[in-house]
Design a protein around this ligand. Structure first.
Ligand SMILES: [Zn+2]
Length: 443
C-alpha cells in the first residue's frame, strides 16, 4: 500500500510539467536533457524548406506522411485564404513537421536559407500566417547561442561561463512564449538564435565541457541575465528592474579593457526632443534636463549606489516628464544608464586669419569645447538649453548594457589571469557575478 502511494506520487510529478520533470535525485532536476522549442518566424505567407539529407514532411494533425524528399529537394509551403499549400498542392492541415530521415549530425534542415538542427514545424494555427518552430535538444541549441553572445575565440573559461549562463537563462525562460506555441523566440528578447551555421568549435567545446551545468538558487535555475560590460561595477537588480533578487548584487567589474568602458554620444537639443516625441512624450521645445551629476559614490535619490540613473527629468515649454533610466537609455539609444549629461558648444575647428591685404588663411585650432555648467541661479542638476548656435547635449558614460549579472568583458579579463588549463575557473567567474548560487548538473 505504501509503495502504491509512492508510485502514485511519482506519476503525479511525472505529468505535472512536461518539460521540467523533477527527478527523484536532488542533484538532477530533469530526468533527461529537455528539448527547447524556438520560434523562428511568425506571420509568414511562404516558407522555403530544403534538407541536406533526405527528409520527410508529416501532417501533425493525423501523423500521415505528406511526402518523402531527396537531399536538396526544394519545398515551398505557402498559405492563402487560410489554406496551406505544399509546392502548390493544397493540403488540409494545421501543422507540418519536417525531419531528416537519418540521424546525420552534420546535416541540417534549411529553412529560408538558414540551417537548423533537430526538427522544424510549420503551423497555421495562429491567424495571420505561418509560424515556424525549431525543436531541438537544449545542448544543441546552445551550440548556436553561445558564439552569438560571446566571441568563441575568447579564453575558454570565459566562454564556459557564458555557456552556463546561457543554459541557465534558457531553462529559466522555458515557456516564456507558451501563448504563441513555443518556449523562446530567436531574437534579443530571449537569446539570439541563428541556427547551425554560426556554430564554432571552441564554443561547442565550452558547451560540451559544461554539459547540463546550471546555476541554481534555492534549487531553481536563476534568472541568469548578462551584459557586455558594467563600467566598473555591476548593479543591484532592484535598482534596474525594481525587483530584489538575492543573487543579482552589485559587485566589482573588471571591464576596463572593454571598448565601451568609456563612451560619449552627442545630440542636438532638437534630436533629444524628437526622440522623446517619437516615444510619445510631447513636452514641446526642450528647455532643460534635470539629473544629479555622475559621482560613483553619490547618495543622490535619482541615481543608484553605483551612479546609474534611476530617474531623469526633461523639461519643455509645454510640460515636463520624469522617466526611468532604462527608458531614457532605450529612447535615446545610449549604451547604458551610467552616464552624465552636459551642454557644450563646440569651438569652430578653423578660424580665418587675415594676412596682409589680399590673403586669408584657415588655421586649425584645437581648443577644448566650452562646457555649459548651467546658469548661475540654477542648481547643479539643471542643464539649461541656451539656444546658442551649435549647442549640443553631451552624454558621457561607462559600460554597455543593463549592468546586471555576468559582465562578458569582465569575465574575459578574469579568465585571462589564469592558464587555459585551469578548467574549473569558469565557476569562480560565475560565483563572482552571481552571488550565493550553486552550480549543479541538472540532467
Ligand atoms: Zn522572446
Amino acid at each position: 500500500m505504501k509503495l502504491h502511494k509512492i508510485c502514485l506520487l511519482c506519476m503525479l510529478l511525472l505529468f505535472s510539467n512536461l518539460n521540467s520533470i523533477f527527478a527523484s535525485s536532488s542533484a538532477e532536476l530533469y530526468l533527461s536533457e529537455p528539448n527547447i522549442r524556438v520560434g523562428l518566424w511568425t506571420k509568414q505567407s511562404s516558407v522555403y524548406i530544403s534538407g541536406e539529407a533526405p527528409f520527410t514532411l508529416k501532417n501533425l494533425d493525423n501523423s500521415q506522411v505528406v511526402g518523402h524528399y531527396e537531399a536538396n529537394a526544394k519545398v515551398f509551403v505557402t498559405v492563402k485564404d487560410d489554406k496551406v499549400m505544399v509546392n502548390d498542392k493544397i493540403i488540409n492541415l494545421k501543422a507540418l513537421e519536417i525531419s531528416l530521415q537519418e540521424n546525420n549530425v552534420d546535416a541540417g534542415i534549411n529553412v529560408n536559407k538558414k540551417k537548423y538542427r533537430g526538427k522544424v514545424t510549420i503551423s497555421n494555427v495562429n491567424k495571420g500566417g505561418l509560424t515556424v518552430i525549431n525543436t531541438l535538444p537544449i545542448e544543441q541549441y546552445l551550440y548556436s547561442i553561445v558564439p552569438s553572445e560571446m566571441p568563441a575565440s575568447w579564453h575558454i573559461e570565459a566562454v564556459k561561463s557564458q555557456a552556463v549562463a546561457a543554459r541557465t537563462f534558457a531553462l529559466n525562460n522555458m515557456h516564456k512564449h507558451e501563448a504563441e506555441g513555443y518556449d523562446v523566440c530567436a531574437t534579443t528578447h530571449c537569446q539570439v538564435y541563428n541556427g547551425k551555421t554560426v556554430e564554432m568549435d571552441r564554443s561547442t567545446k565550452a558547451v560540451d565541457d559544461t554539459n547540463g551545468l546550471v546555476m541554481l538558487y534555492k534549487g531553481k535555475p536563476i534568472s541568469a541575465v548578462f551584459h557586455s560590460s558594467a563600467g566598473g561595477r555591476t548593479e543591484n537588480c532592484e535598482d534596474v528592474w525594481g525587483t530584489y533578487l538575492p543573487y543579482l548584487r552589485s559587485v566589482e567589474d573588471y571591464d576596463q579593457g572593454a571598448p565601451n568602458y568609456k563612451w560619449e554620444k552627442k545630440m542636438t537639443p532638437s534630436e533629444v526632443q524628437n526622440k522623446l516625441q517619437a516615444a510619445g512624450y510631447n513636452i514641446g521645445t526642450l528647455q532643460a534636463i534635470e539629473v544629479s551629476p555622475l559621482n560613483k559614490d553619490s547618495k543622490a535619490d535619482d541615481r543608484s549606489s553605483t551612479g546609474r540613473i534611476k530617474t531623469m527629468c526633461f523639461i519643455g515649454d509645454k510640460g515636463s516628464i520624469s522617466l526611468e533610466g532604462s527608458k531614457v537609455r532605450s529612447i535615446l539609444g545610449l549604451n547604458s544608464t551610467l552616464f552624465d549629461v552636459s551642454l557644450i558648444v563646440p569651438n569652430e575647428k578653423k578660424i580665418d586669419v587675415q594676412i596682409g591685404m589680399y590673403y586669408k588663411k584657415d588655421i586649425d585650432v584645437n581648443l577644448p569645447p566650452y562646457k555649459e555648467k548651467g546658469l548661475l541661479n540654477d542648481k547643479e542638476n539643471i542643464r539649461r538649453i541656451t539656444g546658442r548656435t551649435g549647442e549640443l547635449v553631451l552624454f558621457n558614460g561607462f559600460g554597455w548594457g543593463h549592468g546586471l549579472g555576468l559582465s562578458q568583458w569582465g569575465a574575459k579579463a578574469m579568465a585571462e589571469k589564469v592558464p587555459e588549463t585551469d578548467s574549473l575557473y569558469f565557476k569562480e567567474i560565475l560565483r563572482h557575478y552571481y552571488q550565493g548560487i550553486e552550480i549543479k548538473k541538472v540532467y
